[in-house]
Write a protein that binds this ligand. Structure first.
Ligand SMILES: [Ca+2]
Ligand SMILES: [Ca+2]
Length: 384
């Protein structure tokens, strides 16, 4: 039955409706004062099925109008002062035109509270909470890679850990640790908690977890093109989501890393890790955190030459990304794209917070700087 309704209703909405009908039939037998009646208005009228859905479904979402934009990013002159790894990269080119239908997008990344509602309702267990299947790991590694220890196959996830000293910036293992029992409820591992972070983005979620949440909501993850179009907020080919002016180091526009990465964070933006999802100003479309705070999963497979393929076509309409994944750095591993940068971005290392920047990781990966947001795609007729 749920499948029949899934186009308009998640099972959860259907359940709410059924409970509402049962509750109202008991109301008819109970006399209530006018004041109470105003609060218990379910006795006065019943919303139609579709209206109920429409009222709830787009709460905290923004309508992104249909349009065309130039996707990708050139190397800006000011990047000459940045190390090579921080400049815009070759996979962001060639620039190409993309045309998109309008869609709804969540105003903020999915918060801990929203993800908790999902888990409470479904009993969902995230990838990081499950032991790792040895066969799954081995097929993603180059032939001859030694078998990982039993200990490393226990439920674990990646946690940023400052080395508190200068390290080789090319060795990411200097600041990531494989933390046993780190998961969305305790993002830094045992002893940590989300109790005072319910309005922060959920982290430690894999691509699969993000898709499961989106499906529960009757929604999807954005495509990479939808994400970049939305992040740019109508500002064609600007370097940052707010325009072309550089970051204000004293009063940063976004939550990234100030100081010397990865050992000194001056916290000019006020946050060492995640921030509440509306702590910084929204972009032109009214979307928060499209730059910084946490990386966000999108639905596309990563392919380093995807834009070359597109630029040969001309204007590409509603692209859903490459059918296959390829990353020359790790050719054995299929990867999904993540976008938008995180609280760990710093110009000395990575400018992933630019709207054109692409990053990639395997879909079963989770880390304490990666979350997601959702979109709802409608038919063209509904476009405003
Ligand atoms: Ca920060
Ligand atoms: Ca973000």
């Amino acid at each position: 039955m749920c499948n029949v309704f899934s186009k308009f209703f998640s099972c959860n909405h259907l359940l709410i409706l059924m409970i509402a009908v049962l509750f109202c039939s008991s109301c008819e037998k109970t006399k209530i004062s006018q004041e109470q009646g105003d609060k218990l208005s379910c006795c006065d009228s019943m919303p139609s099925r579709f209206n109920l859905h429409a009222d709830n479904a787009f709460e905290n979402m923004v309508w992104i109008p249909s349009g065309e934009f130039i996707m990708g990013a050139e190397v800006a002159d000011f990047m000459d002062d940045w190390p090579f790894s921080a400049r815009s990269r070759s996979d962001e080119r060639p620039l190409h035109r993309v045309k998109l239908d309008g869609f709804w997008m969540s105003k903020t990344p999915v918060t801990n509270q929203e993800f908790k509602n999902f888990v409470d309702s479904t009993g969902y267990i995230t990838t990081a909470e499950k032991p790792i299947n040895l066969n799954d790991i081995m097929k993603d590694l180059p032939p001859g890679t030694p078998v990982p220890s039993k200990e490393s196959l226990q439920p674990s996830s990646m946690v940023f850990s400052s080395p508190n000293r200068t390290v080789d910036i090319n060795n990411v293992l200097s600041w990531w640790r494989w933390q046993r029992n780190a998961n969305w409820k305790q993002p830094e591992g045992p002893g940590s908690s989300i109790e005072d972070r319910m309005d922060h983005p959920v982290v430690q979620v894999s691509y699969f977890d993000a898709v499961a949440y989106a499906e529960w909501k009757g929604m999807s993850l954005p495509t990479e093109s939808q994400w970049e179009y939305a992040a740019r907020g109508g500002k064609e080919q600007q370097m940052f989501v707010w325009g072309n002016s550089p970051i204000d180091e004293k009063n940063p526009q976004i939550n990234i890393w100030q100081g010397s990465f990865p050992y000194e964070n001056t916290l000019n933006d006020g946050y060492e890790t995640t921030s509440p999802v509306t702590a910084f100003s929204p972009n032109n479309f009214g979307l928060y955190d499209m730059s910084g705070n946490v990386w966000e999963w999108v639905s596309d497979w990563y392919h380093n030459r995807e834009y070359s393929k597109r630029s040969a076509i001309g204007i590409v309409e509603n692209p859903s990304g490459s059918k296959t994944s390829y990353d020359p750095d790790e050719p054995y591993l299929a990867k999904k794209v993540i976008r938008g940068g995180s609280f760990l971005c710093n110009d000395s290392y990575c400018s992933g917070y630019r709207p054109g920047a692409r990053m990639k990781t395997s879909p079963d990966s989770s880390a304490n700087h990666t979350g997601f947001r959702v979109v709802k795609n409608l038919s063209k007729e509904v476009d405003k």
